[in-house]
Design a protein around this ligand. Structure first.
Ligand code: SAH
Length: 243
């Protein structure tokens, strides 16, 4: 596993220390163990974990460095919404330990798994919260509190921005990790982004190493406070996306 992790992280330009390598290896073990009892993720073999989960999550490291530099944005507090088994938030925390990370998911057993990884790896400055965006984003503990909000594989962009932007502090960013349809999704989400106080900063696309997959990053800056009516409760963002 150590070697797979090394190759996968190098391929996306991230060098790991011995401690980080051990943390990723332990994380992979826990994921394989838990996945036999609970269905946490469809990809739970060593190669898949190294490339599709760890390396893919780590592609955010250079993207964040670039966004922080180009837009002079200090990024400290990070929310990973719909984190599932911890992606991309946990790999990001392992690679960039100074970040203050919140992992949030509406499924209790996934949050329990994330908490187990946090405890086992003895990580500090990271928490796992059981919550649904439609409700948690109205909670003042979370609303407009984060420098950066990220999500991978949670919802189509027009729905996703209604989940993410309310959590972002004014002046902060959200980054959606998307596949090959990113441009179409982006064109369909323009109205929603504007209504929520956001503006598109960048669309970056890369080829994921060792897979056929394309990875797109849609970065949105939050320019003004999101109206308190958003996110709408009761399935609105999903059933009737803003336009
Ligand atoms: N980000 C992870 C998991 C993707 S699966 C990865 O890329 O591997 C989508 C996850 O989002 C699921 O775990 C689901 O429970 C969670 N989710 C979906 N809608 C949500 C919502 N409205 N609020 C919080 N979590 C949500």
């Amino acid at each position: 596993m150590h070697q797979l992790i090394d190759e996968a992280s190098r391929a996306v330009g991230v060098e790991l220390t011995e401690l980080q390598r051990q943390q990723f290896a332990r994380y992979a073990e826990l994921l394989m163990e838990w996945n036999q009892k609970f269905n946490l993720t469809a990809i739970a073999n060593p190669e898949g974990i190294a490339t599709k989960h760890f390396a893919d999550s780590l592609t955010l490291v250079p993207v964040l460095a670039r966004l922080a530099a180009e837009h002079a944005k200090p990024i400290t507090t990070v929310l990973d919404l719909g984190t599932g088994a911890g992606f991309p938030g946990l790999p990001l925390k392992i690679a960039l330990p100074h970040l203050q990370v919140t992992l949030m998911d509406s499924t209790g057993k996934k949050v329990m798994f994330c908490q187990t990884v946090i405890d086992t790896l003895k990580l500090s400055g990271i928490r796992a919260v059981n919550g649904r965006a439609e409700e948690a984003a109205h909670d003042l503990q979370h609303r407009e509190q984060y420098d950066l909000v990220v999500a991978r594989a949670v919802a189509p962009l027009a729905t996703l921005v209604e989940y993410l932007l309310p959590f972002v502090r004014v002046g902060g960013l959200c980054v959606a990790m998307k596949g090959s349809d990113a441009e179409v999704e982006l064109s369909q989400a323009q109205g929603a982004i504007a209504k929520l106080g956001g503006a598109v900063l960048a669309l970056h696309t890369i080829q994921l190493p060792s897979t056929q997959d394309k990875r797109a990053f849609i970065a949105i800056q939050k320019n003004s406070s999101t109206k308190t009516q958003y996110p709408r409760q009761g399935g609105g963002p999903r059933n009737k996306p803003l336009r």
